[in-house]
Design a protein around this ligand. Structure first.
Ligand code: MSP
Length: 539
């Protein structure tokens, strides 16, 4: 976790922009699918930080339930030992490696979580929202979810039914459970969705939820008594809380619910819950109903991302490509990794990863279009002006077109990334601008202008190189949330810090103001931003 005091910009009582990822099951190590959502959340929060907003980014791990318990048993350790090991050895280090700047990391086995969860469910119980009953039905341990018969696939025998997500047999569970009166919330939920059309995104996800809630909702079984790896119900300790009801509350327990009212008022309701489309109903139906029952405000948005696919199936622990996130980062680098998935797959739709596609985008977009532009401009300022950025002598139409291009890129990227979570669209706009700057240099041919040593020739050359460097200044700021290390290298190479301060201090509001990079800045060639790729490692 790369959280630092500098990132935790909360502290006064105005609402913060609060983004969450799902909390991940720690039965195994993180894979590309998990990293996909976590990087997206990181880019979103960094974008909002760059707007100068107070931001809070939460991720964490989901550690209770049968799936984790069975995995620990199979490995001959206690569930707690298993979770501790995986969190410390696999999950936190990956987020650090990917430069995820989360402000907190919640684990559902922490006391700060379990104690608040018990208070929350006790409150619902006291309000009559929870009652005791019996339930029997097919259960998928992979999803930790009771299934409806209509959702199942046929298995190998007549009696066997398979979970449609995991393609593994479901189990028949029959227990005395406590139930949450979810069925009472159908009309209130529909009313809420109608009054808040942006609550569930994208539209396909919203439609799916509407169709589901329009049918009669069933009460939700919220406890288990056949195993004990979970949060005990405070009024009946023979039962542990259903893992999903426990897990969903991480979004409030981490934000200070029941422990720090001031912080909670500042953070809650969350601005965006990022979720995979498979866990949409939990977040868009069950979670809001629980919050309504508790009398708490509902999150502002639930945004579902699609799946990374492999061989036409959701990438999962059982059908991995065999490629871990670190296999890709050691070949392409962390920043290119952060860029690639968001650029290549429209957020909200499924997408396939391919080594060839990643290589093609790396080479054409990152290395050729962007990296070469940065190194060529730095090299020319070095060669023709001794590394001191000249002032623009005459800002003509061609230069104004670049200034306008920057402003358009800023406005489009701000709307698409910051508001719509259309990362691919936002990045396309930024790279459109990079292309425009390349086109400008091709047209202006500074290497030919440099041969003209007259005062006019020098002035023209100064204008062209200032324009290109100033365009790069804007690009560094726009790409900072997506590729922070690369943007920092570019900032250094432009010598921008001297006149403009740290890259982290730049804002979306001013990035489009033309002429911010002061003439006289010390431009240096710096490191190659996207080095030529090594041979693909043998698989
Ligand atoms: N623990 C629950 C979430 C509780 S949130 C209160 C859970 N964990 S999970 O580890 O199984 O999955 C977490 C997230 O990873 C889900 O949003 C899921 O959609 C996402 N992904 C898992 N495989 C994925 C892909 N192949 N592609 C994209 N996201 C995927 O569910």
């Amino acid at each position: 976790m790369a959280a630092t005091a500098e990132h935790s910009t909360t502290g006064t009582s105005a609402p913060a922009y609060y983004v969450s990822t799902p909390i991940y099951y720690v039965n195994d190590r993180p894979h590309l699918g998990h990293a996909y959502t976590t990087v997206a959340g990181d880019v979103l929060t960094r974008w909002h930080r760059q707007r100068g907003e107070k931001v809070w980014y939460l991720t964490g791990t989901d550690e209770h339930g049968q799936k984790i318990m069975r995995t620990a048993e199979a490995n001959g350790v206690s569930p707690q030992e298993w979770c501790d090991k995986l969190v410390e050895e696999a999950w936190k280090p990956l987020w650090e490696h990917l430069e995820i700047a989360n402000d907190d990391f919640i684990r559902t086995t922490e006391e700060r979580h379990t104690a608040r969860v018990q208070e929350f469910v006790q409150d619902l119980y006291d309000k009559g929202e929870i009652y005791k009953g019996g339930y029997s039905g097919p259960y998928c341990v992979g999803c930790e979810e009771f299934k409806l018969p209509s959702e199942l696939l046929d298995g190998a025998t007549e009696d066997e039914k398979l979970c449609a997500v995991h393609k593994r047999p479901v189990e028949w569970l029959e227990e005395e459970n406590y139930f949450f009166r979810l069925s009472a919330y159908g009309p209130k939920l529909l009313e809420f969705y109608a009054a808040n059309p942006g609550f569930i995104q994208p539209a396909s996800a919203r439609n799916e939820v509407l169709r589901f809630v329009e049918q009669d909702l069933k009460d939700l079984s919220i406890s288990r008594s056949t195993f004990n790896w979970g949060v005990p119900l405070p009024w009946d300790e023979k039962h542990v809380l259903y893992v999903w009801v426990d897990a969903l509350q991480n979004y409030i327990t981490a934000a200070g619910y029941g422990s720090d009212p001031e912080r909670f008022a500042e953070l809650w309701p969350a601005s965006v819950h990022l979720v995979g489309k498979d866990i949409l109903r939990f977040h868009a139906v069950i979670w809001p109903a629980m919050l309504m029952a508790a009398g708490l405000p509902l999150p502002k948005r639930v945004v579902a991302n699609g799946w990374l696919m492999v061989g036409g199936e959701k990438m999962s622990k059982s059908n991995l490509t065999g490629i871990a996130p670190t296999d890709l980062t050691s070949h392409f680098g962390v920043d290119a990794y952060r860029y690639y998935f968001l650029r290549a797959i429209p957020f909200g739709t499924d997408g396939s990863f391919s080594w060839e596609d990643f290589t093609a985008r790396y080479t054409s977009e990152l290395a050729n279009d962007f990296g070469n532009l940065a190194s060529r401009v730095a090299a020319m300022v070095g060669k023709y002006f001794g590394g001191e950025l000249p002032a623009s002598a005459a800002h003509g139409d061609a230069e104004q077109a670049i200034a306008d291009g920057l402003r358009t890129a800023v406005e489009t990227a701000d709307q698409k990334i910051g508001e719509e979570l259309d990362f691919a669209g936002g990045l396309a706009a930024i790279f459109e601008f990079v292309k425009q700057v390349n086109g400008y240099l091709t047209e202006q041919e500074p290497w030919k202008v440099a041969k003209d040593e007259s005062a006019e020739g020098r002035a023209r050359l100064a204008t062209i190189l200032y324009t290109a460097a100033e365009a790069l200044r804007g690009t560094a700021v726009l790409l900072n949330p997506v590729m922070p290390s690369t943007a920092e290298k570019l900032w250094d190479s432009l010598g921008a810090a001297e006149g403009l301060g740290a890259l982290a201090a730049q804002t979306v509001a001013t990035v489009g103001d033309w002429g911010r990079l002061p003439a006289g800045a010390t431009v240096t060639k710096g490191e190659i931003l996207f080095p030529r790729l090594e041979e693909k490692p043998a698989s």
